[in-house]
Design a protein around this ligand. Structure first.
Ligand code: GLT
Ligand code: MN
Length: 359
């Protein structure tokens, strides 16, 4: 949904929630485990069981790929979501692991058929998101979009094609539904994995792609920023949030954590470095984020069958712990005085004091 702001620009209208009261997680965030280096650890749950686990973990909303909730099954799935007393916040077409058509990328692939297929799948699932799920945001995660080594793509064309594909989707969506019913599209960047270089790799590249779109389509596209992806790109997550907010493009967030410039560890939000969680929650407060908070995590290999959604649950507990610290221990005047005096030693000491709760 979009409405015109005071300057006459179409702006997304999201349902508003107090921070800490509404959380979403992906249906893929609960699972049996297993992969290249790990055995399957837990039983596979039915959709109903998965929804119930997510609800117990504290989620009010859920997210789907078109591969987990195919358009033709969407009505049935929506009934299960309603039965669970939940709502769909986000939906996204799988443009990375559906089949060989996306092996070389999607919107920016050098293969024309892959680009066309990305546009087609995206339109299809936006339709399902609007008509069946009544979703609030559509996410485009780059996935396989990018390159693996020298000379594999014409980089200029790759960025232009990515912008053109998204423009084609927006043009269709506006024609089909009008701006009032249009689903905000949030691009989720990631710098690598599954490709060696993903495009867009960070918030700046995402904003650059949006700037390549015709002006009339730009308001309908923003960002979905994920903690671990930002760390993999060597960025400070809160700074990425700040950049998106400065451009009025902070449409959605995927919170989790990781241990550095590595792979997509998808650890629970607050794991490994709780300070990142505190800074993230404070950034969301400072930038006035009021949508549902998305969690995108995986269970640990050691999680037992009764800990299917423990990574989601711990993320929510850590979010609320960080929120309590931000609300009860941060005095914004004190913080801003330290900032405007550029007292970095004082800021470091202050941060240790508020996160530890000790003087
Ligand atoms: C995948 C990825 C996530 C994206 C999902 C949406 S799928 O798990 O690691 O960050 O948000 O396509
Ligand atoms: Mn994500």
């Amino acid at each position: 949904m979009f409405a015109k702001n005071d300057s006459g620009v179409w702006t997304p209208v999201f349902a508003k929630y107090d921070l800490g009261t509404a959380f979403a997680a992906g249906i893929w965030n609960v699972g049996p485990g297993g992969g290249r280096f790990a055995p399957v650890m837990r039983p596979v749950l039915s959709l109903e069981e998965t929804l119930s686990e997510l609800k117990k973990a504290g989620c009010t909303h859920v997210e789907f790929h078109d591969t987990e909730a195919e358009p033709e099954d969407a009505e049935k799935i929506m009934a299960a979501v309603n039965n669970a007393g939940m709502q769909v916040w986000m939906c996204t077409a799988n443009l990375f692991k559906r089949g060989p058509e996306f092996a070389s990328g999607n919107f920016g692939s050098p293969v024309a058929q892959s680009r066309a297929e990305a546009v087609r799948r995206t339109k299809d699932y936006i339709r399902t998101g609007i008509e069946v799920f009544h979703a609030s945001v559509y996410v485009y995660w780059n996935g396989s979009n990018g390159y693996g080594g020298p000379m594999q793509v014409n980089y200029r064309d790759m960025y232009r094609w990515t912008a053109e594909g998204l423009s084609e989707v927006v043009a269709w969506m506006l024609e089909e539904y009008g701006p009032e019913r249009a689903l905000p599209i949030a691009i989720e960047p990631k710098p690598n994995e599954p490709v060696n270089w993903g495009a867009p790799g960070d918030c700046g590249e995402t904003l650059a792609i949006i700037s390549l779109m015709p002006q009339e389509y730009r308001p309908f596209v923003g960002t979905n920023l994920e903690t671990c992806h930002a760390h993999m790109a060597g960025k400070r997550f809160a700074a990425e949030l700040g950049l998106a907010a400065a451009a009025d493009k902070l449409f959605y967030v995927h919170l989790n954590s990781g241990t550095g410039l590595k792979y997509d560890e998808d650890l629970a939000f607050g794991d490994n470095d709780f300070g990142v969680a505190v800074e993230t929650v404070y950034a969301l407060m400072e930038y006035g984020y009021s949508g549902v908070v998305g969690i995108d995590v995986q269970p640990l290999n050691t999680d037992t069958p009764d800990q299917q959604a423990e990574s989601v649950a711990r993320s929510i507990r850590n979010f609320r712990r960080a929120l309590t610290i931000c609300r009860e221990r941060v005095n914004p005047d004190e913080l801003n005085a330290l900032r405007s005096a550029a007292n970095r030693a004082g800021l470091s000491d202050w941060f240790a004091r508020i996160t530890s709760g000790m003087s």
